[in-house]
Ligand binder design. Structure first.
Ligand code: SF4
Ligand code: SF4
Length: 406
């Protein structure tokens, strides 16, 4: 992983801008996100700060691997983004220094501003987060197999360890609404996604097809909630809050439905994954399906299991596609279109025959896959995994078992 830290303050950034600039903010979604200074959330923070200060921000764009020139070019030419990029005069890019050089190449006709300094390579540790293990000579730091924590490096080198502080800026006037969730009064931004509002207020709603970096789909139906006055149950991930809404997120009936959905998913494919690589207990690799199954205490599905085995596509040098673990949530399809900008994978067939396929139903290595991992990072199960971690197995929780003496 490439390690970068923020190199400029918000005031330094504003000094490089004028109110006449037409700004697009883009971000790589890999290393820089793990370092805490890139990704969708940070782009949104910066967009809000600049808008609040009267700058003209045309939009934001998340790119799966920003240091891939091909992907950046795809995004520039993408039919949904081309107009925005063509109109822009300034690109603020949240990317490592290498990626910044690529951005300047693709956007030669524009002013490209970077906010980062790249310091070397490192990795992610469970207890200390991201650490710098192999600093560049220019940092003056010694190689350190334990790794330097980023706040320590920031202090030593006079950099900033986190992203711009949104509290430093006066936000544009948002319209707020008062709603009631599970009997508690909550204030939320009008039209904000209900699932996000619940999560921001510490209310967890089970979900699998929703991912904050992707568009809303509402296909898994796990996040169904009750809204007073509505006869039907509504998916929280596709509902936007309005004044006076009274929402129930958790009761016996909702949990009964959720349990049935989970059991149906378990029965639909081979999800008894003893060797699944998503069993690794890191924030990136934990299987979201298994987590929910454990949370609901489900040991076995009451429905007949589908034992049909579909061939695993091992053809890509970096990705393993195991359709037997797919729950058809569509996150990979949306990630390939919205973050990679490629549209290489999609659903084929209909009904119970539906599967995710690459290209025109070819092996991954025969398709236009850019190996950017956007689909892998989006997949909540072990259906799309990184080849290097495949078959690394589950981290079993040890338990004491007592046997009664006969
Ligand atoms: S299939 Fe996956 S890895 Fe390939 S381009 Fe699409 S998102 Fe990237
Ligand atoms: S491969 Fe993964 S992300 Fe794609 S539909 Fe299947 S479970 Fe969802």
């Amino acid at each position: 992983m490439i390690i970068s830290l923020r190199s400029i303050s918000y005031d330094d950034l504003k000094n490089q801008l004028s109110k006449d600039d037409k700004i697009v903010i883009n971000s790589c979604n890999t290393c820089i996100k793990s370092c805490g200074i890139g990704g969708l959330q940070n782009m949104t923070v910066l967009e809000n700060m600049l808008l609040a200060d009267g700058y003209n921000v045309l939009g934001i764009d998340l790119i799966s691997i920003g240091c891939s020139l091909n992907l950046v070019e795809y995004h520039r030419q993408d039919i949904k983004k081309k107009e925005m990029y063509d109109e822009a005069t300034v690109i603020i890019t949240l990317i490592c220094e290498d990626g910044y050089e690529g951005m300047k190449y693709v956007f030669k006709d524009k002013k490209v501003i970077s906010i980062t300094k790249t310091l070397g390579t490192g990795n992610f540790t469970m207890d200390r987060g991201v650490v710098l293990t192999h600093p560049f000579e220019s940092t003056g730091l010694e190689k350190n197999s334990e790794g330097y924590e980023l706040d320590e490096v920031a202090e030593k080198l006079g950099l900033f360890e986190d992203f711009f502080d949104e509290d430093d800026a006066a936000f544009k006037d948002e319209e707020y609404v008062d709603i009631i969730i599970d009997g508690e009064e909550v204030s939320a931004i009008k039209n904000q996604n209900l699932l996000c509002v619940c999560e921001e207020n510490g209310i967890e709603i089970p979900h699998l097809c929703y991912n904050e970096e992707l568009s809303e789909a509402g296909v898994c139906r796990l996040c169904l909630v009750k809204i007073e006055g509505r006869k039907d149950l509504v998916p929280a991930c596709c509902t936007h809050v309005e004044e006076g809404m009274k929402i129930t997120t958790n009761d016996e009936q909702l949990n009964k439905y959720r349990r049935i959905i989970l059991e149906l998913i378990m029965a639909s494919q081979n999800h008894n994954c003893l060797t699944c690589s998503k069993g690794i207990p890191t924030p990136l690799y934990n299987c979201e399906l298994q987590r929910l199954i454990r949370q609901f205490g489900i040991e076995k599905s009451r429905f007949d299991e589908n034992n049909e085995f579909m061939p695993v596509d091992n053809s890509s040098p970096v990705i393993v596609h195991d359709p037997n673990k797919c729950i058809l949530c569509g996150r990979c399809v949306r990630a390939c279109e919205e973050i990679a900008g490629i549209c290489n994978i999609g659903f084929i067939n209909r009904g119970s025959e539906t599967v995710v396929a690459a290209g025109l139903n070819v092996d991954m290595n025969q398709s236009d896959c850019a190996a950017c991992m956007a689909c892998v990072n989006a997949c909540p199960t072990g259906a799309l995994t990184e080849k290097v971690i495949h078959f690394t197995g589950k981290d079993w929780e040890p338990q004491k078992v007592y046997c009664e003496q006969m």
